[in-house]
Design a protein around this ligand. Structure first.
Ligand code: AMP
Length: 399
């Protein structure tokens, strides 16, 4: 029976998980990755070994009542029975919002869980979902250590100007400010900068997390100084189904002229816009690339995606006072050479010079010349969570 650390990432209808050996190693030793998807409709469980080989799969067709509770019970049974059995030593959770106060991961107690619940109005679609598995585990296995790692925490180093909206101070004090998200991904990238190139660790860097959600982060010597997501994960770049930055006047228009309620307008901007809304075809970049030659909507969606990335990179360059390097990550950033080439092409004015061959071949550095350089680094949010969890629990034992 080996002791393991479980990392959970709860989505709207999915529960992703990864399992790491609790062996005290400095580099986390990953055993499994898996997920439950279709929760609430047609649940489906899939898990692979660290090398990607299938390790388990199960389906519960039509079982709408199968939710987080059932998923966690199934996962616990699976871990107990698989390969001589694994015993849970601790659980780390991705929690979307840490609010103004949580600048680091934290050990979860009933008081902290209640405090995190008070942040739900700041992220109504995500925060309650993040807290559900935490509560279920606290009830089922009360003594098991649980730690929350926040998507907002990495951005606590930002200067005041990067955080403020131009609104009365009383509203700012009530928490209406820019927080930024994707922090677990940006923290992972920062941890890799020294290994990839010292320029990244010491310089002015813009990282582009381009997945279904998308944002940019400006780093000065590895610390976040500005980011494109703000009060919510709706701000900034064009995303798979989210609009990104939009004039607040459009929200009033949706309500007044189209008769949407606040909830409907929110749902619309999160799920019907972005690449999907502009193309009228798909939120999936692979589908859009496939269609782009023949379908003007797909081409327009891609062009707007790239245009906004280049324009927001310029904005972060102004905040950083220049740029030494650009980093691409996440589903599109890591896999779509065409998007990378188009973004770098749009940033030629800043001195970037694409190395087309390196870009196509999937090299780490994809530019050449004397100007700023661009890199591709695969992100790993779960690695950040397990490292932060170990730091929190290790610090407790040290006291
Ligand atoms: P993520 O949210 O990080 O999983 O990223 C999802 C996005 O990455 C989707 O738009 C996918 O179409 C895109 N993606 C994944 N693989 C590729 C690929 N090989 N080429 C282009 N886009 C990809």
């Amino acid at each position: 029976m080996s002791r393991v650390h479980l990392v959970l990432n709860a989505g709207s209808s999915s529960l992703k998980f990864q399992v790491f050996l609790d062996d005290g190693a400095d580099v986390p030793n990953r055993l499994y990755r898996g997920l439950f998807e279709g929760l609430g409709t047609d649940p489906h469980f899939r898990v692979t070994d660290h090398d990607g080989a299938p390790a388990g799969e199960e389906r519960w067709p039509g079982q709408g009542a199968f939710g987080f509770e059932e998923a966690l019970a199934h996962l616990s049974d699976w871990l107990g029975a698989h390969r001589g059995g694994h015993q849970l030593a601790a659980v780390g959770h991705r929690v979307v919002h840490g609010g103004p106060h949580f600048a680091h991961a934290v050990r979860l107690t009933p008081e902290i869980i209640a405090e995190l619940d008070t942040l739900s109005p700041l992220a109504p679609l995500h925060q309650p979902r993040s807290l559900e598995p935490i509560r279920i585990i606290a009830r089922r296995v009360p003594g098991l250590p649980q730690v929350a790692a926040f998507d907002t925490a990495f951005h606590h180093t930002q200067p005041e100007m990067a955080r403020l909206f131009a609104i009365p101070q009383s509203l700012t004090d009530a928490g209406v400010r820019r927080y930024g998200f994707h922090g677990l991904s940006y923290a992972y990238l920062a941890s890799q900068f020294p290994k990839v190139d010292p320029r990244l660790a010491h310089g002015r860097v813009v990282a582009a997390h381009l997945g279904n959600g998308a944002s940019l982060c400006g780093y000065d010597a590895g610390r976040s100084i500005a980011t494109t997501m703000g009060f919510s994960a709706l701000d900034g770049l064009v995303m798979g189904t989210r609009s990104g930055a939009i004039d607040a006047g459009v929200v009033f228009y949706l309500q007044r002229e189209l008769g949407m309620s606040a909830d409907e307008a929110e749902h619309f901007l999160y799920t019907q816009c972005g690449l999907l809304g502009v193309s009228g075809l798909s939120n999936d970049m692979r589908v859009l690339r496939e269609a782009a030659d023949a379908d003007p909507g797909a081409r327009r969606a891609i062009d707007l995606f790239v245009y906004r990335i280049a324009r927001e990179t310029g904005s972060l360059m102004a905040a950083l006072g220049g740029i030494d390097a650009l980093v691409f990550t996440a589903g599109i950033g890591e896999n779509d050479a065409e998007t990378r080439a188009e973004v770098i092409g749009a940033l030629r004015w800043a001195g970037f010079e694409l190395d087309a061959e390196a870009n196509r071949a999937g090299a780490t550095r994809i530019t050449r010349g004397e100007g700023p350089q661009a890199y591709v680094i695969a992100t790993d949010e779960e690695w950040t969570i397990v490292r932060e969890m170990r730091a929190v629990l290790g610090a407790e034992t040290a006291h």
